[in-house]
Design a protein around this ligand. Structure first.
Ligand code: AMP
Ligand code: MG
Length: 427
């Protein structure tokens, strides 16, 4: 395991293509991005959603001892024939009892769920199936025939064997992982530090909600969308506010942000118009690795670095910013954070709509709505309108429909790739 964070390759990489294809852009991101955060030790109580930096190995068997899976009676299966299933009770053992209890041959023990199997027993009969009796002050139990050896008994190590891996380095810790680590008794674990990410909105037109509306101005939707997407990835997010469309202001904001951030995500001003300054800022301050993608929406998206700080420059249109975030920023962040690259799964589902003509040579991501047809089979609808400023389309959609470069039209019934938003943890 590394103790020092890795540095990104800081050469000048600029492709010579007009527009990069989706897969080419992903390949560049995958190749250039490495985990850039160092490990730290934290308490398991604070580990939800963190990225494990050092694998957890079971120090002992889990469960650590053979124990009963039910409330009932423990006995040795080989004694059944001798006793005819009629056993005197010679012990009682409940969950948490630590005494070493031995049960003599041809006798049984009262036992409860989770209690250690007493020595001399290997099988448990459920209390519901047994009949208890008393004879001369001694308790007896009648156990029904037909129980196999080891019935209702949980064996030591049947969940995890001593020395085997409970959770691996690079795993994002979900509640079930925390349960597994807790079952080892380990209280402090090594995780990767959270990425420190700055979120920057750019555009003269932007206002923050709460500010008085003026004709010609627009409220900053992107900040709330992008910063909450970032928070869901487990990052520590800094709101750097709104910056005007000025080269000076943007250069300063980006330069300042590099001192204490691993990643900067900007929205707006990403094209090459007179009022767009992000690309020039990136070229002046650092290196640009990707600009202009053969995709829709999101064509002006770019990616680069200033020293060891990674920058994602997203388009201003909210739909484009959202789609680019899910497709490019999210997997990049999981890789930078130590969790590895994660490719969202595509599910083939027939189209319940038509597109008579689509431009070839670019990949399109439509807002997809999952519906059921009359037979209860899933079909895909698309959000009716195409505009990449329509936030209502993002709200109505269940995921993205991916339409490949070579496709030039879609007919009803064509099989499409559907990427549910749940693939990005948005549920
Ligand atoms: P731009 O990428 O700067 O050319 O902006 C494209 C469109 O997105 C324009 O209509 C902007 O007003 C809009 N836009 C840019 N930034 C934001 C934002 N933070 N929130 C909402 N809309 C935005
Ligand atoms: Mg703008």
């Amino acid at each position: 395991m590394r103790d020092k964070p890795a540095k990104l390759i800081d050469d000048c990489f600029i492709h010579d293509k007009d527009r990069l294809r989706h897969e080419e852009a992903l390949a560049i991101l995958m190749e250039r991005l490495v985990p850039i955060v160092e490990p730290e030790t934290i308490s398991l109580a604070n580990a939800n959603n963190r990225v494990l930096a050092k694998s957890i190995i079971a120090p002992r068997n889990i469960p650590a001892f053979d124990n009963s899976a039910v409330d009932g009676y423990a006995y040795a299966a080989s004694d059944f024939e001798n006793t005819g299933g009629f056993f005197p009770l010679t012990a009682r053992i409940a969950a948490g009892d630590t005494d070493k209890i031995e049960v003599p041959a041809n006798t049984a023990a009262r036992i409860f769920t989770g209690a250690k199997m007493p020595l001399g027993t290997d099988t448990v009969a459920m209390q519901e199936d047994c009949e208890s009796h008393e004879q001369d002050g001694t308790g007896f139990i009648a156990i029904p025939p037909g129980l196999r050896l080891g019935a209702n008994c949980r064996l030591s190590g049947e969940d995890v064997a001593a020395g085997s891996q409970v959770a691996g380095s690079g795993e994002v810790l979900l509640p079930q992982d925390l349960a597994a680590i807790a079952s080892t008794g380990i209280a402090d674990i090594s995780v990767f530090k959270r990425l420190r990410i700055a979120c920057v909105s750019t555009g003269n037109e932007l206002l923050r909600p709460g500010e008085t509306f003026q004709d010609g101005r627009v409220y900053d939707s992107n900040h709330f969308m992008i910063s909450s997407l970032l928070e869901r990835t487990g990052a520590k997010v800094t709101d750097l506010g709104i910056h005007p469309d000025s080269a000076e202001a943007i250069n300063k904001a980006l330069n300042d942000a590099t001192t204490d951030h691993d990643v900067i995500v900007t929205t707006g001003g990403a094209s090459k118009g007179e009022e767009d300054h992000l690309i020039d800022a990136l070229d002046t301050l650092g290196k640009r690795h990707v600009w202009q993608l053969a995709i829709k929406p999101g064509r002006p998206m770019s990616f680069g670095q200033i020293g060891n700080t990674v920058i994602f420059v997203l388009p201003g249109n909210p739909v484009a910013a959202f789609v680019c975030f899910l497709l490019y920023v999210m997997p990049s962040l999981t890789r930078l954070s130590g969790a590895g690259w994660q490719t969202p799964r595509r599910f083939p589902i027939p189209a319940g709509f038509e597109i008579p003509s689509k431009k070839p040579d670019r990949r399109e991501f439509l807002r997809g709505i999952l519906e059921m047809d009359e037979q209860g089979k899933p079909i895909l609808k698309k959000f009716q309108r195409d505009g990449s400023g329509l936030i209502s389309g993002l709200r109505e959609a269940d995921g993205l429909i991916e339409v490949h470069e070579e496709v030039t039209k879609i007919s009803t019934g064509d099989m499409l790739n559907f990427i549910p938003f749940s693939e990005f943890g948005l549920i």
